[in-house]
Ligand binder design. Structure first.
Ligand code: GDP
Ligand code: MG
Length: 437
């Protein structure tokens, strides 16, 4: 399975102190293969591995953390982001909220309709009504009514009508009458290529203006699921995806591809035939599932913390020797940005934290500073003292800022360095104190 394959891929990196171009390339090839085997489509898999590779190469790995672990962490973050990052909730903008269910035959629509009603009733304090809008099979109406009884939810059906639009409207009218605040419309399965059936569901959509259109898809159908999702999305512009049959040994790859192809959030996953077998979709948990790693993530996080501490110690050493340069400065900005706040970032620089406490820092200020540093040559970054007037002019032009801004940054950098040096040198500190009034 996928996690075995990833294990094997990571072995390539085992025992190596740093992530290099070569071992990452090899590992990423293996990972790409593993993802393809798990039904992730080629474009997604490629974009994913390219991204992880770049991020991996940007990380200097110290001995305290194995490259495999760091890579696992990077992959977990990246997978989570790919699947939407955060959990997407249903919208309830109106009463009743109308939810239309669409998908292929046998995808699990009717089962999900029951599960969703049960979830909304028991977890969200809603009063749903189900509408049986599959007019083609009497058994489909029976199935929904049995489920409704089982979970204690009313079902609207009209066995005499052959008009899905009318039935949907009737169901909504009944919901209003009976005080149901959510209406879930279960529809017939349809093939994306069946034009008449696709027009039919478009007509239902136009008539009832659903607040949510959930596309239900069988995760076991793999790559087909992605193609189907695309066509349904083009026709219906659905608001969310439901992945069914993710119980047992199902591969999670479809989740990844669907999200990246249609760019709609996955909202629920079905994990069994029972009415309770429904989960709100959590991108981070699905990422862990795809990677099959469980505790590895926290392990890596701990290791990364150590890594940060080690880095901080190195930085302190550099400062003591007055070797702090623009590479370090830039690195610190990235760290601070990761934490979302400039002040925090400055606070991480040993000795500067206290000084920065009362300084107001604009997060946007980073952009110009980054641009300026990026416009320096590697030589300049490593040797800030060589950045003379003509170099400053060039840097200003290259970064789209102006000379004044570059001068200001250079001055700030010099001041910072001076302060840092004094703070890290007990003798200088003592000297400073002596001169105080
Ligand atoms: P529909 O044609 O889209 O309405 O699909 P159904 O809801 O009738 O489901 C088709 C089959 O899939 C039924 O046998 C369901 O019990 C089964 N099914 C639906 N969802 C799940 C799921 O999450 N896990 C499993 N194992 N089976 C499911
Ligand atoms: Mg059905």
């Amino acid at each position: 399975n996928l996690s075995d394959k990833l294990d094997r891929a990571f072995k390539v990196l085992k025992g190596q102190g740093t992530i290099t171009e070569i071992n990452v390339a090899e590992t990423m090839k293996e990972i790409r293969k593993a993802l393809l085997d798990a039904d992730v489509n080629y474009k997604t898999a490629k974009a994913f591995t390219d991204d992880v590779r770049q991020k991996a190469l940007g990380n200097n790995v110290l001995t305290s953390i194995s490259p495999g672990q760091l890579l696992t962490k990077l992959m977990n973050d990246e997978l989570t982001a790919l699947m939407g990052g955060t959990t997407a909730d249903l919208n309830f903008p109106a009463t009743p909220t109308i939810i239309l269910i669409a998908g292929l035959n046998g995808a699990g629509k009717t089962t999900f309709t029951g599960k969703l009603a049960n979830y909304l009733k028991t977890q969200r304090n809603k009063k749903p009504l189900l509408v049986a809008d599959d007019i083609y099979r009497p058994a489909a109406i029976d199935q929904l009514e049995v489920l409704g009884q089982q979970i204690g939810i009313p079902v609207y059906a009209n066995r005499d009508s052959k008009d899905p639009v009318a039935i949907a409207r009737e169901g909504i009218a009944q919901a209003k009458q009976n005080g149901n605040n959510v209406v879930i419309i279960d529809t017939a399965g349809r093939l994306a290529i069946d034009e008449a059936m696709m027009v039919e569901i478009e007509q239902v959509k136009d008539a009832v203006k659903p607040h949510e259109i959930l596309f239900v898809v069988d995760s076991m159908t793999g790559q087909d699921a992605v193609n189907t999702a695309k066509v349904f999305n083009d026709r219906l512009d659905f608001t969310g995806v439901v992945l069914t049959k993710l119980d047992g040994d199902t591969r999670g790859g479809a989740a990844l591809s669907i999200k990246s192809v249609v760019n709609k959030p996955i909202k629920f996953i079905g994990t069994g035939e029972k009415m309770e077998a429904l989960d709100v979709f959590h991108p981070d948990r699905m990422a862990s599932r795809i990677l099959g790693m469980g505790d590895v993530v926290s392990l890596v996080e701990r290791a990364q913390q150590q890594f940060d501490e080690k880095e901080a110690a190195e930085l302190q050493k550099k400062i003591r020797k007055n070797k702090f340069d623009f590479n370090d400065f830039y690195g610190q900005i990235q760290q601070i940005k990761k934490m979302g706040n400039m002040k925090d970032l400055m606070g991480m620089i040993p000795g500067v934290g206290k000084m920065m406490k009362d300084v107001e820092v604009d997060d946007n200020a980073f952009k110009a500073i980054e641009a300026i540093i990026q416009s320096m040559t590697p030589f300049e970054k490593a040797n800030p003292e060589t950045i003379n007037q003509s170099r400053r002019n060039r840097i200003a032009k290259g970064s789209g800022t102006d000379l004044q801004e570059v001068n200001r940054l250079m001055k700030q950098f010099d001041d910072m360095k001076k302060v840092m040096k004094q703070m890290s040198n007990p003798a200088a500190m003592a000297n400073m104190m002596r001169r105080m009034p």
